[in-house]
Design a protein around this ligand. Structure first.
Ligand code: PHB
Length: 396
């Protein structure tokens, strides 16, 4: 079995794993990334699309900003729509000029992969059967089968579990004796479409409507991303293109807004859940991103939270290798959890303020409208949304 030695073995080549590898490299630390999908699959899977100001700043500061600055669409506000009217949350005025940038996750991944390979980075695509051994010892290793079917071994000092929500690495933190999982399922889901159409609006629209929530988003000037609240058991087959556009018009059109139809080329249903596992580490294994937590998509936080985790983890690993001191590594979970729970709260709050609950009485909907009215009328309320939407600064 061929053996490679590296300082950090990273399982998962999504935003968390690749950004961790990039940040470690800039600190002079060697890593190997193991990814089960092919490069084409990683670069072609359409996921989230909104980058917080912190994520943009980190990408620019670490040499990943060229295409992002050219092709990303900077947004200085969002619209909350209810009672048939739009209410703008002006990020630039409320957060001292901070903004978000619409730049799809798979474009971030393309930039990261290209940069890692240009820097001599080691990313193994198409690997299978990745298993971690000895993570409770000082000499962990990972065995795996490479894309040619050969068994391989990676000896390392630290292991990062960045293998997404279907994680295997999380299971290595013993449940109940060490690990507690906090989980919440929501009684609704999102039906997402991608359409060849002109933008319907300059900014994202989050609409609360009696028929259910709708979100108007974008990907590029020619491709739009929209979502409709649906039942979690609904199926894509129940939705013809006409029915989708009709529903979007009903939920969003009104004073100052009119959806522009187009050719729908992708339809999918996204389930809503919140999840956090505590702690996010065990011995020399450290989890980051969706392997450790999931947020509902309403605040567009998933990828940003993964990047915030590995920002902290990269500093803690650097401190360990430079000073032979585990202090920051041991503090990793406690350092990142407050941001994770704040983000859980924000995503839950936005979700609960904007969606129609299936068994909701007239009282429930009127209470929601009153909350939206209170929040959007008050500078303090709008600032709370704006600060959390653009993201609070990264700390470590
Ligand atoms: C998206 O464009 O996919 C998107 C935008 C905003 C959200 C969630 C998803 O809150």
């Amino acid at each position: 079995m061929a053996t490679t030695r590296t300082q950090v073995g990273i399982i998962g080549g999504g935003p968390a794993g690749l950004m961790l590898s990039h940040l470690l490299h800039l600190q002079g630390i060697d890593s190997v990334v193991l990814e089960s999908r092919t490069r084409v699959e990683v670069e072609g899977t359409i996921r989230a699309g909104v980058l917080e100001q912190n994520t943009v700043d980190l990408m620019v500061d670490t040499g990943l900003g060229d295409r992002l600055k050219r092709e990303g669409l900077e947004h200085h506000g969002i619209e909350l729509r209810f009672g048939g009217r739009g209410h703008r949350i002006a990020f630039d005025e409320l957060t001292d000029g901070r903004a978000v940038t619409v730049y799809p996750q798979h474009e971030v991944l393309k930039d990261l992969i290209e940069r890692r390979l240009a820097d001599g980075g080691d990313i193994r695509f198409g690997v299978s059967e990745a298993r971690v051994h000895g993570h409770e010892s000082d000499t962990p290793s990972i065995t795996f089968v490479d894309s040619d079917g050969n068994e391989q071994k990676l000896d390392c000092a630290l292991v990062a579990g960045c293998d997404g929500s279907r994680t295997e690495t999380r299971k290595l933190i013993p449940e109940s004796t060490v690990r507690t999982d906090h989980f919440r399922q929501y009684p609704f889901a999102w039906f997402g479409i991608l359409a060849e159409a002109p933008p319907s609006s300059d900014e994202l629209i989050y609409a609360n409507h009696e028929r259910g929530f709708a979100l108007i988003s974008t990907r590029t000037p020619d491709v739009q991303r929209h979502y409709l609240q649906v039942d979690p058991n609904d199926s894509v087959d129940n939705w013809s293109d006409d029915r989708i556009w009709d529903e979007l018009h009903q939920r969003v059109d009104g004073e100052g807004a009119e959806i522009k139809d187009g050719k729908i080329f992708q339809k999918s249903i996204l389930q809503f859940r919140s999840f956090v596992c505590e702690p996010m580490q065990h011995g020399n294994l450290f989890l980051a991103g969706d392997a450790a937590h999931t947020v509902p998509p309403t605040g567009a936080k998933g990828m940003n939270l993964a990047i915030a985790d590995v920002f902290v983890l990269s500093k803690a690993m650097d401190h360990f290798f430079v000073n032979s001191d585990r202090k920051l590594l041991e503090a990793y979970t406690a350092t990142v959890l407050p941001r994770i729970w704040r983000t859980q709260h924000f995503s839950w709050w936005m979700s609960s303020m904007l969606h129609r609950l299936p068994d909701e009485s007239g009282f429930g909907h009127r209470r929601q409208l009153a909350e939206l009215d209170m929040v959007t009328r008050s500078v303090a309320g709008r600032t709370l949304i704006a600060e959390n939407y653009v993201g609070t600064p990264l700390i470590f």
